[in-house]
Design a binder for this molecule. Structure first.
Ligand SMILES: Cc1cc2nc3c(=O)[nH]c(=O)nc-3n(C[C@H](O)[C@H](O)[C@H](O)COP(=O)(O)OP(=O)(O)OC[C@H]3O[C@@H](n4cnc5c(N)ncnc54)[C@H](O)[C@@H]3O)c2cc1C
Length: 669
């Protein structure tokens, strides 16, 4: 990496030249960087807005899962079977699934060799357990903070290898040359967050042959979110240059606490807390679930099951299933504007509508579990203390004492299954641009728990392998780079200067912009969707984008980073809503982690009003056999198209033939 300065349009910008620029310092970005060095490409630079920000280093769950081929036990396993299971979730390309399966062990043992403490037995077997949508005990975990341990191990390796890291730099644009299928990324523009008050407004340029985009999921588009506050995402910078995105409709939503963002899965539900809602000021407490369940037994069992049926799933709504609770929480929080809490200090009470809580009214699965855990105790908090004291301590360490106070919750966005598209080397349609980690939407509708972390490691391994082999050249001289990128840089600078000029006209817009788009997504583009709601929300989203592009003002250069983030999130949410609109227009119904309201369908339960009727997609539905892609054209207009799901490839696996191809250098292409 070399740093110098370059003149463009009368401004002098710092410029960094390198073979590969890695944007983002989560587990995926760091793995791309260290693997590039391992494979012989040392000219790598990591640029990140906040070292240690992002999801990997700041989140976790009861038992945070990593998914890979199974390595122990009696169940036989092979990559082809794992690929089939990944594809079972629907709308996942078979070749990508095969790559994720085939490379899962290499990626896993890389982490093991870096010191991530995945548990193994005395004989060296990395034991596993079953996770959702997984028939083979392929899941493993290093504890509640698996992804943080991954981040730490990879960060140590970055340091050991001396890979340069440019911290406090927020990338605001990708630079390209060429058009159509020849369009190619050639670098990026960032704001140096420590030198915004300069004539160049903190602008810094990158002249790179390759860009690995590892900016994580676009978490900032939702108000109700269990992503860490430090993760907002930057998918918009790739959408803006015409990168194709896919499966944007597919997310995972579930119940999480909102004060301290954490999934309330596992034992938090298995101890069967009392659910209450209140008015915004805390008055008018109601046990709001009681009205919708026929008995305390069905209600308490549904709460228990939420423990391991965590993501909202429209298939688990009927017959008083556990996902009915997510609908009722949404009704309270979004439709009625109330607040919802889990109260661990008392058992659910019938409040005159149902009988009070009793263990013998529970389904055998729930009662038996509590009995075997020695947790047939008087109150939820006593049961939780018995089964999982660290679950209580965790909240205490964040200033919330669930032994005394109720825990505020909402149905929150947790993971984006869709995102930017890549080929089998994770290269996007924009050549030399490699989206890896959660910003890359390789997953289908359903995915096994833990496959997100696997996909991030495999994707970054594949990208690094390809770059080191095929794209190892030096970047062009800065003069040539300035000719190719100059206009794009000046257009961004002009955008920043306009926002400074606008400051006196509409500085209020800055304060409300993000809230407006986040409310829109959590109300219309989350786990409850309707054709009318999504269409209206999409129109409002584009209208807001237009408003921000022409009127957004900042009070000083210090506000520019957040203003650029608002623009990015606004564009991103508009494109996501556009995809949701197209899915519904194509006849798509409830699936994955969202329920589509449909007047011709059935009500979730007899006690819910007519407006809640819904239907599931039928077997073999068009939308399940195709993948919805979306792309912006040069004018910024979104275009959607449906492509058939590619099958799992059956390659020639005869050793002599593969070896021949390998020696002829025909593999990494
Ligand atoms: C509560 C929760 C529980 C989860 N549990 C599991 C689980 O059990 N198993 C599983 O497989 N997955 C799980 N996930 C998902 C998984 O943790 C994430 O998908 C994964 O950590 C994302 O890693 P990443 O490297 O792609 O992105 P991140 O770790 O989010 O990193 C993104 C990086 O990009 C940087 N960045 C962003 N924009 C810019 C910009 N413009 N300029 C510069 N830098 C930028 C950020 O600062 C950050 O460093 C969970 C997620 C959550 C929220």
């Amino acid at each position: 990496m070399r740093k110098s300065e370059v003149d463009i349009g009368g401004f002098r910008f710092p410029i960094y030249r390198c073979n590969t620029l890695v944007i983002g310092s989560g587990a995926a970005g760091l793995n791309a960087a260290v693997t590039l060095v391992d494979k012989g490409q040392a000219d790598v630079l990591i640029v990140t807005d906040r070292w240690g920000g992002g999801t990997s280093n700041n989140t976790g769950s009861d038992k945070q899962t990593y998914y890979k081929l199974s390595l122990s036990g009696e169940l036989p396993d092979c990559a082809l079977d794992m690929a089939r299971d990944l594809c079972q979730g629907g709308s996942m390309h078979g070749d990508i699934a095969l790559c994720e399966a085939q490379n899962s062990l290499q990626a896993f043992f890389h982490l093991v060799s870096l010191g991530v403490p995945f548990p193994h037995d005395r004989y060296g077997a990395f034991v596993g357990y079953k996770t959702d949508h997984d028939p083979r005990q392929r899941a493993t975990s290093a504890g509640p903070l698996t992804s943080q341990l991954m981040f730490q191990a990879l960060a140590r390796d970055v340091q050991r290898k001396g890979i340069p890291v440019l911290n406090h730099h927020q990338v605001i644009a990708l630079l390209t040359k060429g058009a159509g299928a020849d369009k190619q990324v050639i670098g990026a523009v960032a704001l140096d967050l420590d030198s915004l008050e300069t004539a160049r407004l903190g602008f810094v340029l990158f002249n790179a042959v390759n860009v690995v985009l590892a900016t994580g999921g676009p978490a900032g588009i939702y108000r109700a979110s269990v992503y860490p506050e430090s993760q907002l995402g930057s998918t918009g910078i790739a959408l803006e240059i015409g990168a194709v995105a896919q499966n944007l409709t597919e997310w995972q939503y579930g119940l999480a606490s909102t004060g301290f963002r954490w999934n309330v899965s596992g034992s938090y539900q298995q101890v069967i807390p009392r659910y209450i809602s209140t008015a915004q000021d805390g008055s008018d407490e109601q046990e709001f679930l009681n009205r919708y369940f026929p008995s305390m037994g069905t209600l308490a069992t549904a709460i228990f099951l939420k423990g391991y049926q965590w993501p909202f799933d429209p298939r688990k709504v009927r017959s008083y299933g556990s996902s009915l609770i997510d609908i009722l929480v949404y009704q309270e929080t979004v439709r009625k504007g109330r607040r919802v809490f889990m109260d661990f200090t008392r058992n659910p009470s019938g409040a005159g509508l149902l009988e009070d809580f009793r263990f013998d009214s529970l389904a055998e699965e729930a009662r038996g579990y509590l009995e075997r855990s020695g947790a047939l105790l008087d109150t939820p908090i006593q049961r939780l203390a018995k089964m999982n004291q660290p679950a209580i301590d965790l909240y205490k360490s964040h200033g919330i004492d669930i032994c005394k106070e109720p825990l505020e919750i909402a149905v929150c966005a947790q993971h984006n299954n869709g995102g930017l598209q890549g080929n089998i080397w994770w290269e996007s349609n924009i050549r030399h641009l490699f989206p890896v980690g959660e910003v890359n939407g390789s997953h289908g509708v359903y995915r096994p728990g833990g496959s997100a972390l696997n996909a991030g490691q495999v994707g970054s391994l594949r990208a690094a392998t390809f770059i080191a082999k095929r794209y190892a050249e030096e970047p062009p001289a800065d003069g040539l780079f300035s000719q190719e990128a100059g206009e794009q840089v000046l257009a961004k600078l002009e955008c920043a200067r306009r926002m400074l000029i606008e400051r006196s006209r509409d500085s209020g817009l800055r304060r409300t912009a993000r809230k407006e788009l986040q409310e829109r997504m959590s109300s219309y583009g989350a786990h409850i969707r309707s054709s009318g709601g999504v269409t209206k929300a999409a129109a409002e989203a584009w209208e807001q984008l237009e408003r921000l592009r022409t009127k957004l003002g900042v009070a000083s250069p210090r506000e520019l980073p957040e203003a650029f983030r608002d623009l990015d999130l606004c564009l991103t949410h508009a494109v996501y809503l556009e995809a949701m609109k197209e899915y519904l227009a194509k006849g798509g119904r409830s699936r994955g982690s969202y329920l589509v309201l449909d007047p011709a369908g059935e009500p979730p339960c007899p006690e819910l009003a007519e407006e809640w009727r819904f239907t599931l997609n039928e077997q073999g539905a068009f939308v399940n056999e195709h993948i919805l892609e979306v792309q912006l054209d040069e004018a910024g207009k979104a275009h959607t198209r449906w492509v058939p799901v590619r099958p799992i490839p059956r390659e020639d696996t005869w050793f002599e033939n593969v070896w021949n191809e390998f020696r002829r250098d025909n593999i990494i292409r």
